[in-house]
Every structure is written in structure tokens, then in C-alpha cells.
Write a protein that binds this ligand. Structure first.
Ligand SMILES: Cc1cc2nc3c(=O)[nH]c(=O)nc-3n(C[C@H](O)[C@H](O)[C@H](O)COP(=O)(O)OP(=O)(O)OC[C@H]3O[C@@H](n4cnc5c(N)ncnc54)[C@H](O)[C@@H]3O)c2cc1C
Length: 213
């Protein structure tokens, strides 16, 4: 993977880029959603946000068989997937140097429809585990009807890149003494208190997710 062709070559600020597989996988695994870019049946580009899960070098997406995204991916189209984790707002003295701290990944690959029942079950499990580790044991697996009613696409990752920014703003020397506040507002995804539906108490994996984030 990460065969670095021109399409995955990071051009601007390449020092922020990486093709390291572990870095790419970590970002894909931590990001809760991704955005899938593809060309639809009408030949027009579209980007759709969705849930994903990674198993080895494969990204799984799922949804209604009627969805435009799943219909297009079934046809084996080339896709690009972006996943982003926002870590902070970077406020510089100059508006020009305002930025964000982030970890992001861009993936390229071709999609295939998953028809094999075992691979479908693996994808469902991975998607639920990606949401909350431990959840596949804490909920009912899809039955035959639900499995048939759900389309699954696999994207074999052909190339990928990561890009990351961290740290304080970088102002021009001439601006350092300006009387404006500069710094970083850190951002994290912060879960609230679990709100139970029904009478079952939240299991350990729910509490663990809350403290992990
Ligand atoms: C939260 C966030 C906010 C950003 N805000 C801006 C902004 O306001 N303006 C702006 O110009 N840029 C912004 N960027 C950076 C942006 O994602 C691109 O990196 C940037 O546009 C440089 O593109 P390029 O023309 O050099 O490369 P492109 O030709 O667009 O990209 C070439 C290849 O480099 C890789 N690549 C490019 N960007 C990324 C990335 N972010 N993550 C992983 N791989 C990547 C991909 O494989 C891509 O195909 C932001 C990124 C993030 C995550």
C-alpha cells in the first residue's frame, strides 16, 4: 500500500505529510466518519459523508442498496475517501496565519460490492466495533433479512497519504509584538452522559468509550 504515485503526492507543506501505514491506519481508525468522493452515474462528482471501518487494508462502507453511493461503488468505480480528526483552532496574530490542528487521511482505491455472506458479516462487525469497541458482543447481529437489505462496499486501499498539523500559530517576525491574542483552542470530541433507552444499564463498553475519548 501507499505506492506513492502523483495522485497521492502531498504538494503544499509536504513536511506535514506522511505515507506511513501505521499513521494512516491510526487516523482512519480514530476518525468516526469519512467523506467518500466518486463520480456518479451522470458523470458528476459527489462527496458523501458516511460511517466506515477498516479491516487490514480494506475500508468497508454500508448502506441502503438504493443509495447513490452504494449503487455507484457497486460498479467498481475509483473512489477517494477523506477522514479528518480536528485537534484545535489555531489563532495567529495575523489573519493570514490562522489555521487548524488536524490529522487527516486521503485514500484512493477501487470499490467492489461485497456479496459473500461471511465478508458481509465481517464488515457489519467491523463497522459496529468502529463505533464503539465491544459493541458487537453487546447487540444483536444482523439477521438474513437485514443482511439482504444492506449493501456493503469494500475499498481495497491502493494508495493513501496522511497530513498533520500540530502546535502553536506561526506568525511573521514583524507581527510578534502586535497586541493581539494568539494561541490554540484545543478541540476534542467530547461524549456526554449516556442516555439509556429502556431499562438496561449502560454496559462497560459504553462507559469505556466515554472515558477513552
Ligand atoms: C481541517 C483541515 C483544514 C484545512 N484547511 C485548508 C484551507 O483552508 N485551505 C487549504 O488550501 N488547505 C487546507 N487544508 C489542507 C488541504 O487538505 C490540502 O492539503 C491543501 O489544499 C494542499 O493541497 P495541494 O494542492 O498541495 O495538494 P492536492 O493536489 O490537493 O493533493 C495531492 C494529494 O496530496 C494528498 N493530500 C492533500 N491534502 C491532504 C490531507 N489534508 N490529508 C491527507 N492527504 C492529503 C492527497 O493524496 C492528494 O491527492 C486543510 C486540511 C484540513 C485537514
Amino acid at each position: 500500500m501507499t505506492a506513492q504515485s502523483d495522485r497521492s503526492k502531498i504538494r503544499r507543506l509536504p513536511d506535514r505529510g506522511s505515507y506511513d501505514q501505521a499513521t494512516i491506519y491510526d487516523i482512519l481508525d480514530e476518525a468516526l466518519i469519512c467523506h467518500v468522493g466518486f463520480v456518479d452515474d451522470a458523470g458528476l462528482p459527489v462527496v458523501i459523508p458516511t460511517i466506515h471501518a477498516r479491516v487490514g487494508n480494506v475500508l468497508y462502507l454500508h448502506g441502503s442498496p438504493a443509495s447513490r453511493m452504494l449503487r455507484s461503488l457497486r460498479a467498481g468505480r475509483q473512489v477517494s475517501v477523506a477522514a479528518t480528526i480536528l485537534d484545535g483552532l489555531v489563532l495567529a496574530k495575523s489573519q493570514f496565519h490562522h489555521s487548524m490542528n488536524y490529522r487527516s487521511v486521503v485514500v484512493f482505491g477501487s470499490a467492489r460490492e461485497v456479496k459473500d455472506e461471511d465478508e458481509k458479516a465481517l464488515a457489519f462487525q467491523a463497522i459496529v466495533e468502529h463505533l464503539v469497541p465491544g459493541r458487537s458482543e453487546g447487540s444483536r447481529p444482523a439477521n438474513d433479512k437485514e443482511t439482504k437489505a444492506t449493501a456493503v462496499a469494500a475499498i481495497d486501499i491502493e494508495e493513501a497519504s496522511a497530513k498533520q498539523r500540530s502546535g502553536p500559530p506561526v506568525d511573521d517576525d514583524a507581527d510578534i509584538e502586535l497586541p493581539y491574542w494568539a494561541g490554540v483552542i484545543p478541540l476534542t470530541l467530547a461524549p456526554g452522559e449516556p442516555e439509556s433507552t429502556g431499562t438496561v444499564s449502560p454496559p462497560d463498553h459504553v462507559g469505556e468509550w466515554k472515558s477513552r475519548r
